[in-house]
Design a protein around this ligand. Structure first.
Ligand SMILES: [Zn+2]
Length: 325
């Protein structure tokens, strides 16, 4: 299920119109400037602008249509050549007076003959990422700025982290909705779990999937608020999103105060998503042993049975970065 664009679409299209007008305006400015510098360019450029009429005339039916058409084409080619020569004489490339669009594929219209341009898809996904609240978080924590240089302690640490990075990236790149699988990131603070989690969230969201990223704490608060409200006859269901998201990323499992309620919510969310084939990525500072001690079997059997488990290695990256300052 792909995310809806809602109000993002008109805002993005407005930006496209602005970009396109700006490119056209700048090209017009350049053209007028070149007219002043080179009468030869002006003549050739104006002649080329009238080419439509010329071709229209040549295309009229009649006995000598073929010959007229061929002659018109030669004429246009000569004009084009003259225009290029005029630009060359000024030391300019042949596209000097053309509009320079950010996307040459669609000319900043957002659409090509084949339909929506890839650049518009990406822009819409970025916009929905911003409005989902993921924007700020994932803008700074991306795959392309995850540095493996902080994991040089030992060859083994480096190899482990390189594999985790590559697997996480491959997971995000290959994500296809239901059945994409689940990841469990285990390890101490500052080893990059949140960074990779955000990077996965960003890439999957940019590919148009509904992504929900939050701390387990937030999830438990939402469920407890809803339970409290429903006792008073409210029908608000803002916890549905935990079950509906194509990808749910839960940060900091184990930092919550564990009780019967949190355990049952966690089980409910994990199990419902697994049954529906929906993917979940979980981060935890707890080790495998601690997880088993803390959560019921029905939870840990799912975590260790249905999730690809990654044990992070190294030294606290945040502390290393602070020392670098
Ligand atoms: Zn485009």
């Amino acid at each position: 299920m792909k995310a809806g664009w809602g109000g993002d679409y008109s805002a993005v299209m407005e930006e496209y119109d602005r970009k396109r007008s700006e490119a056209l305006r700048r090209a017009e400015e350049v053209r007028r400037d070149l007219y002043r510098k080179s009468p030869a360019f002006e003549e050739a450029d104006r002649a080329l602008a009238g080419v439509g009429v010329l071709l229209l005339r040549a295309g009229r039916p009649g006995p000598d249509k073929e010959a007229r058409w061929a002659e018109a084409r030669r004429q246009v080619e000569r004009m084009r050549q003259k225009r290029i020569e005029a630009l060359e004489a000024m030391g300019l490339p042949e596209d000097a007076a053309d509009p320079h669009y950010e996307c040459p594929l669609c000319g900043d219209t957002g659409y090509t003959d084949a339909g929506m341009c890839a650049c518009l898809r990406r822009a819409l996904a970025e916009a929905s990422l911003e409005s989902s609240g993921l924007g700020a978080l994932t803008r700074t924590q991306r795959f392309d700025n995850f540095s493996l240089e902080y994991y040089r302690d030992s060859e083994e640490t480096y190899r482990t982290m390189k594999r985790i990075y590559e697997d996480a990236r491959a997971y995000a790149d290959a994500f296809y909705g239901r059945g994409s699988g689940n990841l469990l990131f285990i390890g101490g603070t500052g080893l990059g779990k949140t960074h990779l989690c955000c990077a996965v969230a960003r890439e999957v969201a940019l590919r148009g999937y509904r992504v929900l990223y939050c701390s387990v704490q937030t999830m438990f608060s939402d469920f407890s608020r809803e339970r409290f409200r429903s006792g008073y006859g409210s029908d608000e269901g803002d916890t549905d999103r935990y079950l509906e998201a194509d990808l749910l990323l839960l940060d900091d499992l184990g930092t919550e105060v564990t009780n019967q309620f949190t355990v049952s919510v966690l089980y409910e969310v994990l199990n419902s998503r697994l049954v529906a084939g929906k993917s979940t990525v979980i981060n935890t500072n707890l080790g495998a042993k601690e997880l088993r001690e803390r959560y019921a079997d029905r939870i840990t059997s799912r975590l260790f049975g249905e999730f690809a488990v990654y044990q992070f290695a190294g030294r606290d990256v945040r502390a290393q970065k602070l020392r670098e300052r």
